[in-house]
Design a binder for this molecule. Sequence first.
Ligand SMILES: Cc1ncc(COP(=O)(O)O)c(C=O)c1O
Length: 393
Amino acid sequence: MIADRLRGVASSPTLALAASARALVKEGKPVLDFTAGEPDFPTPDHIQRAAVDAIEHNRTKYTPAAGILELRQAIANDLHRRLGDPVKYAPPEVMVCVGAKHALYNALQVLCDPGDEVLVFSPYWVSYLPLVSLAGAKPVLITTREEEHFQPDPSAVSSAITPNTKALILNSPSNPTGAVIEPQRLRALSELALARRVFVISDEIYDQLVFPPASVRSIVQENPKAIEWTILVNGVSKTYAMTGWRIGYAAGPKNVIDAMTALQSHSTSNPTSISQYAALAALTGDQADVRRMVTEFQRRRDHLVNGLNALPGLSCTMPDGAFYAWCNVSRLSAPADAVARRWLEEALIAVVPGEGFGSASHVRFSFAASLETIDQALKRLKQWLQKPVSRIS
Ligand SMILES: Cc1ncc(COP(=O)(O)O)c(C=O)c1O
């Protein structure tokens, strides 16, 4: 009854655990929640006011399918301001979508034919595999190793490329590992993509949530020639605490952006007009809130990751960006979903098990949670790990 292309495409595998966590909260249990995929800060005031202003001025009608020109220009200006001189997009090379996820969806739909392959680094963000499958293509996984801080290996990519390879997805900083791809690896990947005529879909949604002294580079900065083969995806969701507003964007070759716009014109028509004006205020307004958020995330990251590494049986690489700690639980000798379930039931700590990201050896903590919550969780975990019965055998 349901179309074949949806076979195997299920809702997020993390939902069951999240539902149990919510049920416990409803019962009044003091659950410490580390599952959030969104900043816990409010959308800054000036952005909220821009949305109210858009409503009051009746900017509440259809917009062009690719988004209002002012916003597309602001995105182009913002990319140029942040990524530097060779990165010059014109508005026709930019489109606004209903979140970065929708930009990824549009890009994969217009690039892929049945039988095409799309290279994805593992661990991966949970939506990449369904997004690729929905486009009729086959995801091909390339493992990255914890010992190498989850850096992609260009030679593994080279070996994985076949005549069917259509695209390579990059995500730096990464959800779930927080890894930032090193510049020389980006350069090697861009050269491979150019030589082998493979599109790069570069998901840069966390690129402003990077913790000094770390810094992130975009593939289009590292090799400006890559612009012709790259669909750069970003948005306002994470940087400006605007996940619910649903505004993301894609920048890339005009023919690809035109095809994505045509697809969008027949699906969502356009992203919400009011949210587009809010996003315009986000990109053109004061950036102080972004800096404050990064500083706070960094304090929490340090506390959480150092705390986890001090606990027996757990280890965690230091994430350079995003707001996730990817904690190795393999020494507890049980799959991550069993560990996550027991932490929830026995310590009232909710984390996301790694299976949905491609690893049964890790759980993901979001540090979009207060320092006090982190502190309490570390104490509870310490106690849980001390009980001999707590070890899972
Ligand atoms: C790696 C990655 N890409 C894209 C997205 C989607 O962003 P948006 O909310 O703008 O659709 C997320 C959200 O969790 C993400 O983690």
